[in-house]
Design a binder for this molecule. Structure first.
Ligand code: SF4
Ligand code: SF4
Length: 238
């Protein structure tokens, strides 16, 4: 994000930045570009009386990467999906990708206020890769990996920052406890927060054995259900 010379330093844009990247110095807004994730919130808020905030039309690849992960109006080239660029787990009632015996796991790193650097994303990806999980191919984080077996990511972007990024993979149920323990272990090294999503089918009797696995790995869980309306036909097996 750029600040034009028309800025009068009124400070109205400052509270809208989720990364606290804007401050007023000498009656001008100054943006810390190392913290700015190019989310565009300051601009979309339309509070600037002087139209002084502008998207940089000459984005480098690195700045564009920040934007695609942080601005929900921008589509990821790797997946053609807006926002954080992945919908695989959320649409499992349509895709049926995570059937019996496997589950989908997503680690959502970063939130407004903290964001996430890609070196932290890589730490989590590497920890998960140690159990030979299969990373979701239609996911922008996976597209940044130089090695999907190890979770190693493109070093060119490793210090870049985004509002949020999701490591997503399919995992056999018998590896879940180990993977969750590895995520728990690496979490102590992260400079950000994360939430963990696990997508699985209920057993025939309606129970969720995953609860016990999550507890064994040291996490607490809450059950969330989602019903997609008009997104497709459920693939129920009788
Ligand atoms: S684009 Fe987003 S992160 Fe950058 S200054 Fe504006 S609100 Fe802050
Ligand atoms: S709202 Fe506009 S004029 Fe006010 S500080 Fe921000 S950029 Fe400058």
């Amino acid at each position: 994000m750029l600040v034009m010379d028309t800025c009068i330093g009124c400070g109205l844009c400052v509270p809208y930045c989720p990364m606290n990247a804007i401050e007023v110095k000498d009656r001008k807004a100054v943006i810390d570009l190392d913290e700015c994730v190019e989310c565009g919130v300051c601009l979309k808020a339309k509070v600037c009386p002087k139209d002084a905030l502008k998207n940089d039309e000459t984005y480098t690849e690195a700045r564009l990467l920040r934007k695609t992960f942080s601005d929900p109006w921008v589509t990821h080239k790797s997946t053609n999906v807006l926002g954080r660029g992945t919908e695989e787990m959320k649409t499992n009632d349509v895709t049926n990708r995570f059937g019996k015996g496997v589950c989908g796991i997503a680690v959502e790193l970063g939130r407004p206020g903290t964001g996430t650097r890609f070196y932290d994303v890589e730490k989590v990806a590497k920890a998960c890769a140690a159990s030979n999980v299969e990373f979701e191919p239609y996911n922008p984080v996976t597209s940044l990996m130089t090695n999907v077996k190890t979770g190693e990511m493109n070093k060119e972007f490793i210090n870049e920052k985004a509002l949020s990024a999701i490591v997503e993979f399919i995992c056999p149920n018998d590896k879940v406890v180990q993977v969750l323990k590895d995520i728990k272990k690496v979490s102590a090294e992260l400079d950000t927060v994360f939430s963990l999503d696990i997508c699985c089918m209920a057993e025939d009797d309606g129970s969720f054995p995953m609860y016990a696995m999550i507890k064994e790995a040291g996490f607490t869980s809450s059950l969330n259900g989602k019903t997609n309306i008009g997104m497709g036909r459920m693939q129920l097996k009788f």
